[in-house]
Design a protein around this ligand. Structure first.
Ligand SMILES: *Cc1c(COP(=O)(O)O)cnc(C)c1O
Length: 368
C-alpha cells in the first residue's frame, strides 16, 4: 500500500492541460494571460485586488511593508502558527511579539490582544501591525479583533495562507483586516506547487506590490531604479495551474469537510475532540485536528500511524517555544502549549479515499 500523506497536492488532468496550454502558448515569463486570469479569480472570490507572488511568505513580507512596518517596530502575531508568519516580520527588521490563542477558534485571543495592546500603549510602544492567522482553514474572530486594533490605531494583516474558501461572519477569508495574504504551497487547499498572493482593497497598494515584486523597475527602457525591490512575482505557468485549482476549490473543500465528518463519526464514542467551529465560522476543512484529552495516547497513535506508513503530525509548535524566537516577548495563557502537547493533525487531502480514512480511523481507535 502506498504512503498516505497529511495534505498532498490534489492535481490531475485539468491542471496538466492548463499548464501545457500556457507552455505551448509561449507564456513562460512571469507575466501573461494565465496570471491575469488567476488574479481575477482570486479577486472575485475575495472581493479584493489580488497580486500573485512566489510564496505566501513573500506576500506577507510585502503586506508588512505596505502597512508601514519598519526596522525597530514591534509586530504582534499569533503564536500558534507556522514559522513563516513571524519570519516575514524579521525580514522587515521588526520584532515579533507573540499572542496566544483562544479556545473558541484556536486563533488569536481577542482578550489577550486587548490586554497586550493596553500594556503596549502604557509603555509607549504600540506595534505597527498585528498579524492575525486563520489557522487550519478557519478564520479568526475578526468581529472582535479588528475593532480592538482600530481602537489603538494598529493595522491588521490577515494571514489567510491556510484558509482560502473559508468564510466568517458571511465574509470570505482574505477579506479581513487592512491587507491579507494567501499561500498556494504544495500542502495547502489549492496549490501552484509554490506560490502566494497579496489581497488589498486599495488599487494603489496592489500596484505598488506588483512594482516592488518586479525589482522596483521604473517604466524606463533602460530599467531605472529609485528603490530596492524584490523578485517575488508568480510565473505565468504556475498561475495556469492555480486557475485550474481555483475552479476545483469548492469541490476540494467539500471533500475535505466530508473527510472531517467521517472522522467525527468514527470517533463519536471516544474521548477525542476536534477543532471547535464557532457559529460564525464556515471553515474550509483544510486539516482535521484531534485533541487527546490530557495528551495520553497521542504519541502512541502517531507511532502506530507511522508504522502503517501514514503521516500525522502534532499541531503547530507555538512560535514562542521555537529556539529561533526565544528572545521575543509573548503574551500567553497556556492555550497553544496545551494544543501542541495534546493535538494531532490527521491526513485530510481531498484525494483521500473512504477506504484510506477507514484504515486511519481503525488504527487511531485501536491505539488511543
Ligand atoms: C504555509 C503558510 C505560510 C507561508 O506560505 P508559503 O507559501 O509556504 O510561503 C504562512 N502562514 C501560514 C499560516 C502558513 O500555513
Amino acid at each position: 500500500m502506498s504512503r498516505i500523506y497529511l495534505s498532498p497536492p490534489d492535481v490531475g488532468v485539468d491542471e496538466r492541460d492548463a499548464l501545457l496550454a500556457a507552455f505551448d502558448g509561449g507564456w513562460i515569463a512571469p507575466v501573461g494571460p494565465d496570471l491575469d486570469r488567476f488574479e481575477a479569480g482570486l479577486s472575485s472570490m475575495t472581493g479584493r485586488h489580488a497580486v500573485a507572488l512566489v510564496s505566501g511568505t513573500a506576500a506577507l513580507h510585502l503586506a508588512l511593508l505596505a502597512v508601514g512596518v519598519q526596522p525597530g517596530d514591534d509586530v504582534f502575531v499569533s503564536s500558534f502558527t507556522f514559522a513563516a508568519s513571524a519570519n516575514a516580520i524579521t525580514y522587515c527588521g521588526a520584532r515579533p511579539v507573540f499572542v496566544d490563542s483562544d479556545t473558541e477558534s484556536w486563533n488569536m485571543s481577542p482578550a489577550l490582544l486587548r490586554s497586550a495592546l493596553e500594556q503596549a500603549a502604557t509603555d509607549g510602544r504600540l506595534p505597527r501591525a498585528v498579524v492575525v492567522v486563520d489557522l487550519y482553514g478557519q478564520c479568526a474572530d475578526y468581529e472582535q479583533l479588528v475593532p480592538i486594533c482600530r481602537e489603538f490605531g494598529v493595522a491588521v494583516v490577515e494571514d489567510a495562507a491556510e484558509a482560502l474558501g473559508a468564510t466568517a461572519f458571511g465574509r470570505p477569508a482574505g477579506s479581513f483586516g487592512d491587507i491579507a495574504v494567501l499561500s498556494f504551497n504544495g500542502n495547502k487547499i489549492i496549490t501552484t506547487s509554490g506560490g502566494g498572493a497579496l489581497l488589498t482593497d486599495d488599487e494603489a497598494t496592489a500596484s505598488r506590490a506588483r512594482y516592488l515584486a518586479t525589482q522596483a523597475r521604473q517604466p524606463a527602457i533602460h530599467y531605472e531604479h529609485t528603490e530596492v525591490g524584490f523578485n517575488y512575482r508568480m510565473s505565468n505557468l504556475l498561475a495556469a495551474v492555480g486557475s485550474a485549482q481555483l475552479d476545483r476549490l469548492p469541490a476540494m473543500s467539500s471533500r475535505r469537510l466530508a473527510i472531517n465528518a467521517r472522522y467525527r463519526e468514527a470517533f463519536a464514542h471516544t474521548p477525542l475532540t476536534f477543532m471547535p467551529v464557532p457559529s460564525w465560522s464556515a471553515w474550509n476543512g483544510w486539516l482535521t485536528c484531534v485533541v487527546f484529552g490530557d495528551g495520553a495516547g497521542r504519541d502512541g497513535v502517531m507511532d502506530a500511524l507511522a508504522a502503517a506508513d501514514i503521516e500525522s503530525r502534532p499541531l503547530w509548535k507555538p512560535l514562542h517555544l521555537q529556539p529561533v524566537f526565544a528572545d521575543a516577548p509573548a503574551i500567553l495563557d497556556g492555550t497553544s502549549e496545551s494544543l501542541f502537547t495534546t493535538g494531532l493533525c490527521l491526513p485530510s487531502g481531498s484525494a483521500l479515499t473512504d477506504d484510506q480514512i477507514d484504515r486511519i480511523t481503525e488504527i487511531v481507535t485501536r491505539h488511543r
